[in-house]
Design a protein around this ligand. Structure first.
Ligand code: CO
Length: 217
């Protein structure tokens, strides 16, 4: 009996055959080990696929996704991914990637009631309140984009404050945390200028990024 998802299984076989035709050793080499240089922490949104939009093949980026790309100090899932990526895989870059048009950010901005997820999105509500004065200066049409960016900048700071990242820096491990925001409308990633590669650079980087947001242009 065919699965109702037979088309997906067929796609998979075609994809595997195409890759193997280009490089007969591709899967056998990749099965032995992974050595990605990048950890992607992005939104679960189906329109923001990490590998494709970076032009990276399987094996090149370690991925964690959740709604609205949050890095929370109580989230064992995200913290475990961070630890494994940094301490075992030794990634050199942590990419915190939000996106414009993020539904989670919009729900937080509008104070929508959606049920259980409101508790998760509450952290974006905290960011909104923290930056209330700046948000009030932004025209209503830009507020959603601005909050998407501020959310990324806050998550970069959160990542830098984790014990995992701080201990990596204390050991002298090369590690940079980046904050990006992806545009659904043109497929372009915008660098929010929040790169941090040591703990004592965080505060200045945070202030600079908050002071010159992309959506202001
Ligand atoms: Co989103």
């Amino acid at each position: 009996m065919n699965s109702p998802l037979q088309h997906l299984l067929d796609n998979n076989r075609r994809w595997s055959a195409d890759l193997t035709r280009e490089d007969p050793q591709f899967f056998s080499e990749l099965a032995k080990q992974q050595a990605p240089k990048y950890l992607w922490v992005g939104c679960s949104d189906s329109r923001v696929p990490a590998n494709q939009l970076l032009g990276l093949a399987p094996g090149e980026v370690f991925v964690h996704r959740n709604i609205s790309n949050l890095v929370l100090h109580s989230d064992m899932n995200c913290l475990s991914v961070l630890q494994f990526a940094i301490e075992v895989l030794k990634v050199e870059h942590v990419l915190i990637v939000g996106h414009y048009g993020c539904g989670g950010v919009k729900a937080a901005l509008d104070g929508q009631r959606l049920g259980l997820i409101d508790n998760w999105l509450r952290y974006i509500g905290d960011t909104l309140e923290k930056h209330q004065a700046q948000m009030e200066q932004v025209s209503p049409s830009l507020r959603h984009a601005r909050l998407c960016e501020l959310n990324v900048i806050e998550q970069v700071a959160n990542a830098c404050h984790t014990t995992v990242v701080r201990e990596a820096w204390d050991r002298g491990q090369e590690l940079t945390v980046h904050g990006w925001c992806y545009g659904l409308e043109d497929g372009h990633i915008h660098d929010l200028g929040t790169d941090v590669n040591r703990f004592d650079a965080l505060e200045a980087s945070y202030q600079r990024a908050v002071g010159q947001l992309v959506s202001a242009a």
